[in-house]
Every structure is written in structure tokens, then in C-alpha cells.
Design a protein around this ligand. Structure first.
Ligand code: SF4
Length: 367
């Protein structure tokens, strides 16, 4: 494929139909890096409010580096893939310590930063520094598999090498900033995963998959693996108008995020036994009411959570929460940076208490 003609067709379309996004008008590497990290596993619509909130709170990389990690994790809550928040903070600190507060412009130095892989480094180099550097994110991978009708598994090492070669081949020597935005837009708005809009495609004439009628079946999908489900119980411990929440340890799954106490069911255990074990360990007892069940999916497993509200009546041991735990007024819960599954737990709890308070009001007004 002749890269010049391909680039020209793509750039002409971009000039006409490119998306307006908050990080598009800047060449500031801090803002571009922030948007790229947020966009790694999350769609544009979800990212925009987080991007704006982060910039309001941390207008510079130095401000982000100076913030406590817990605060950064709290601000990230709800965006998912939480290792990104920890990497974000670690990178900001490295930029200040190793690069005197300025982002490096070379691919090698960019890739030495936590959470910055080859594609993200390429995007920062192209978008902030106008350096000729290819990218290969999920959108570009899909476009290339179709343009060149790659019919093998796109995740193998051989495929990766080939795809990087094509990405490099097509990247122009000039207008790299616009080209990079354009190819991202093509993947996000035209060369869609399930239903590519080939009749509106500015590079359709270069596309082998379309010529062969393979555009919907490429890239080849991997057979989906069965995902295990873990059964858990969550306890809404209520004491004098307060609810117990805890912060997860900073390192590990969902590190640093807030949640309600609870535990996974061990083999053969019923949820009632798990609730009893949790209460016993905490040295407290009370009235237990089932609230309902929610399900939540992570990338490698799912959880099914049974929720119980416990009106605590008696502390036999620890009256205060343990390490990282806090008794919060019930009204403060919606503001807490809970992780995704426990946001659902809270949603169900609030829905149920809203219904029961409405019932109480109706009964009271009949008196
Ligand atoms: Fe994608 Fe269709 Fe364009 Fe090919 S012609 S790049 S499959 S949108």
C-alpha cells in the first residue's frame, strides 16, 4: 500500500470530520499523557469528566506529584483498572525527580515511565512533540488487521511484529500529530468493532478486508474462556447512624479504594455462615437483614455479592474499626470513592432504603 496516498486520504477526512475532544487543542505533554493513560482501557465519554476533574485538582505534573497517593486513587475511583492511578502518580513523581518536571520526548525515555508502553509512548511523542512514532492501540490494531486482511490471531508475537511494521510503514513523516488523531478517530467512529461503516470510510479503497468481504470477521476473535465466579458476602454494618467502610491495601487488586467489609465464601460455606464468621471476628452482633444480590465483572473473573445490612447491637470486642476502617455518617456514603462493585452495592442499598422509607411515609400518613 502506498503510505502517502493513504495518509492524504485519512488527513483530508480528519480535517472535515475529526472529533472535538478536550485534549485535542493542546500540545502540553502532561495533558496528553493524562488523557492517553485514561483512554488506555476506558472510552472517551467516561474519560472526559475525570480528565477535567484531574486537571482542575492537579493543573501541572508537579501538583500531581505533590499529592498523596490516596487522594489520587480517590479521584480515580469509578474509572476502573486502578493500577493506572498508581502508575500515574509514580510517573508524575519520576518526571519531577528524574526529568526536572519536564516530560522527555524520546520513545526510550517515555517507555521507562510506569504504565507507559510502546503505543502510549508513540502517542505522546507524536501528539506532544510531533515526532514520527507509530501507535498500535486496540483501534489501530483492528484497522490494520482489516486493511491488510490479517487472518491469523492478532495477539501472537508474530502478529504484533507484523502489525507494528505496518503501523510504522503507514505513519507519515509530517503532520504526525494530526495523522495520529485521525487514525484514532477512524477506529472510534468508522472502523467500528462489530459493524464497520465501510461505505463512509475514507480509506476504503485501500482495504483488503472490504474487498474480500471479511471486514466483519476480522480481526479474528479469540475463543472466549470460561470466567470463574467468586461468591462473596458484603456487610453494611450500621451503628448509631454510621456505616463502616474500609480502604483496601494500596497494593494489589483495587488498591487504595474504599469498600464495605465482607469476604469471599470458602468452599462449601453458606452466605449465612460467612456473615456469622465476619461478625464473630469483629466481636459484634446485631439484627441481620438481607438486602439483595449484585453481580460485577472484572477482566479475569466475576463476583456475585450477597448483601446484608446488620444493625449492630452489641460490641464485644473492637468498638472502633480496624486499620484503614472508618464509621461514616450514612449521608456521606454517596460521596465515597467506592470501587465499581461496591458502588453497585450502595446503589442497591439506597434503592431499598428509599422504597422502605416511602412505605413508612405512606403508612404514617394513613394514621
Ligand atoms: Fe474498516 Fe471498512 Fe474502512 Fe476497511 S473499509 S478500514 S473495514 S471501515
Amino acid at each position: 500500500m502506498e503510505p502517502g496516498a493513504f495518509g492524504e486520504a485519512l488527513l483530508a477526512w480528519y480535517g472535515d470530520q475529526g472529533r472535538e475532544l478536550p485534549w485535542r487543542q493542546t500540545r502540553d505533554p502532561y495533558r496528553i499523557w493524562l488523557s492517553e493513560i485514561m483512554l488506555q482501557q476506558t472510552g472517551v465519554t467516561a474519560v472526559i469528566p475525570y480528565y477535567q476533574r484531574f486537571l482542575e485538582r492537579y493543573p501541572t505534573v508537579a501538583a500531581l506529584a505533590a499529592a498523596p497517593i490516596e487522594e489520587v486513587v480517590d479521584l480515580w475511583a469509578g474509572l476502573g483498572y486502578y493500577s493506572r492511578a498508581r502508575n500515574l502518580h509514580a510517573t508524575a513523581r519520576q518526571i519531577v525527580a528524574r526529568f526536572h518536571g519536564h516530560f522527555p520526548a524520546t520513545l526510550e525515555e517515555l517507555q521507562s515511565l510506569p504504565g507507559v508502553g510502546r503505543s502510549t509512548a508513540g502517542a505522546i511523542a507524536a501528539l506532544a512533540f510531533e515526532k514520527r512514532a507509530p501507535i498500535l492501540d486496540g483501534n489501530v490494531r483492528r484497522i490494520l488487521c482489516r486493511l491488510f486482511a490479517w487472518q491469523e490471531d492478532p495477539a501472537t508475537a508474530v502478529a504484533q511484529r507484523q502489525l507494528w511494521e505496518w503501523a510504522d510503514h503507514l505513519t507519515p513523516a509530517t503532520r504526525v500529530h494530526d495523522y495520529t488523531q485521525a487514525i484514532m478517530d477512524l477506529g472510534a467512529t468508522v472502523c467500528l468493532p462489530r459493524n464497520p461503516r465501510c461505505s463512509d470510510c475514507p480509506v476504503g479503497r485501500f482495504c483488503l478486508a472490504q474487498t474480500l468481504g471479511l471486514e466483519k470477521s476480522l480481526p479474528r476473535r479469540r475463543p472466549t474462556k470460561a470466567v470463574p465466579t467468586e461468591a462473596q458476602v458484603v456487610l453494611i454494618l450500621a451503628w448509631g447512624g454510621r456505616i463502616l467502610v474500609r480502604r483496601r491495601p494500596l497494593h494489589g487488586l483495587l488498591g487504595g479504594l474504599w469498600e464495605f467489609p465482607g469476604r469471599a465464601l470458602v468452599h462449601g460455606q453458606s452466605s449465612a455462615q460467612a456473615v456469622a464468621a465476619e461478625l464473630l471476628e469483629r466481636g459484634l452482633s446485631g439484627r441481620v437483614q438481607p438486602v439483595g444480590t449484585i453481580r460485577h465483572a472484572y477482566s479475569h473473573f466475576r463476583v456475585q455479592i450477597e448483601i446484608f445490612k446488620v444493625q449492630v447491637e452489641k460490641f464485644e470486642g473492637v468498638a472502633e474499626g480496624g486499620d484503614g476502617e472508618q464509621w461514616l455518617p450514612e449521608q456521606a456514603l454517596p460521596e465515597m470513592p467506592l470501587h465499581g462493585a461496591h458502588k453497585k452495592v450502595l446503589g442497591l442499598l439506597l434503592k431499598k432504603s428509599d422504597r422502605s422509607s416511602r412505605k413508612e411515609t405512606t403508612i404514617a400518613s394513613q394514621d
